[in-house]
Design a protein around this ligand. Structure first.
Ligand SMILES: Nc1ncnc2c1ncn2[C@@H]1O[C@H](COP(=O)(O)OP(=O)(O)OP(=O)(O)O)[C@@H](O)[C@H]1O
Ligand SMILES: [Mg+2]
Length: 257
């Protein structure tokens, strides 16, 4: 569904990604880890076509994006839902307007049709339809993130969902609610997903395909067992806080005997 082949990207002369290759199968979820500035958000922006690589190729649903015409892209773009880092909503618009934003701006659907889709989306994501007339400011941070997922989903039936740190800084209950949304989109809509996160412990429950970035390069691509054994110093550094917390558990819980 998504394939990067030796993708390199730079802002001006500053290289941000170098020779990045990985793939996400249809319906698969890949979690991308990496320290701040390693290039995680850049990968998502490339998938969404917000920026173009200087070298290498990106395939979406079998199509080489460098060969895709503007028309084809207009067709594909709405099938990619992007939940931006921080989950920013438009403050001056209600939840309903936020969730229906894409339909309002980019389709000629009537207001009634848009409202129907917005309500369906809120229901699908277990969000109250009463939120429709509420302004984002009056919602908790966790609820704003959930609405941001609704906005990314409402556009069309997405093939691909991109989540940039969807649960960072949230309490466990909001985190659980968002994880359930991500699972539902995966299981019901069968979307392929890329999730950028720092929440390593949570990520282990979401998938068993991890990509670790360091300085714009893929330093690991594989499952959790291999990752926990990976000798790369940067992978180990990244996992250290998590490994320490596992070690701190009583032996009966951490699997050590
Ligand atoms: N518009 C831009 N112009 C120039 N450099 C940029 C731009 N956007 C990002 N960068 C740089 O690209 C690098 C990678 O940024 P990116 O946002 O992909 O990192 P990230 O891994 O998502 O980090 P974080 O965890 O902090 O969100 C960083 O060094 C950043 O400063
Ligand atoms: Mg980022």
């Amino acid at each position: 569904m998504i394939r990067f082949e030796n993708v390199s990207f730079s802002y001006g002369i500053k290289p941000i990604l170098t020779n990045v290759s990985f793939k996400v199968d249809p319906g698969e979820t890949v979690v991308v880890f990496g320290i701040s500035g390693s290039g995680k958000s850049t990968i998502l922006k490339l998938v969404a076509g917000l920026i173009r690589p200087q070298a290498g190729r990106i395939f979406i649903n079998g199509q080489d994006m460098s060969q895709v015409s503007e028309d084809d892209w207009q067709h594909l773009r709405p099938q990619i839902g992007f939940v931006f880092q921080g989950g920013a909503l438009f403050d001056s618009m209600t939840v309903g307007e936020n969730v229906g934003y894409y339909l309002l701006e980019h389709t000629d659907k009537s207001m009634d049709e848009i409202e129907t889709t917005v309500r369906q989306t809120l229901r699908f994501l277990n969000l109250s339809e009463d939120l429709i007339d509420v302004l984002p400011d009056s919602l908790s941070g966790g609820m704003q993130r959930r609405v941001a997922i609704g906005r990314a989903v409402a556009a069309v039936d997405p093939l691909i969902m991109l989540y940039d740190e969807p649960t960072t800084g949230l309490d466990p209950i909001s985190t659980r609610a968002i994880t359930e949304m991500i699972f539902k989109l995966r299981d019901v809509k069968k979307v392929a997903s890329i999730i950028v996160t720092h929440e390593i412990a949570d990520a282990f429950g979401v998938t068993n395909h991890f990509v670790v970035l360091h300085d714009g390069q893929v330093i690991f691509n594989g499952g959790s067992t291999e990752m926990l054994k990976c000798p790369d110093v940067h992978v180990r550094e990244f996992l250290a806080p998590f490994l320490d917390s596992v070690r701190a558990l009583p032996a009966s819980l951490n699997g050590a005997t």
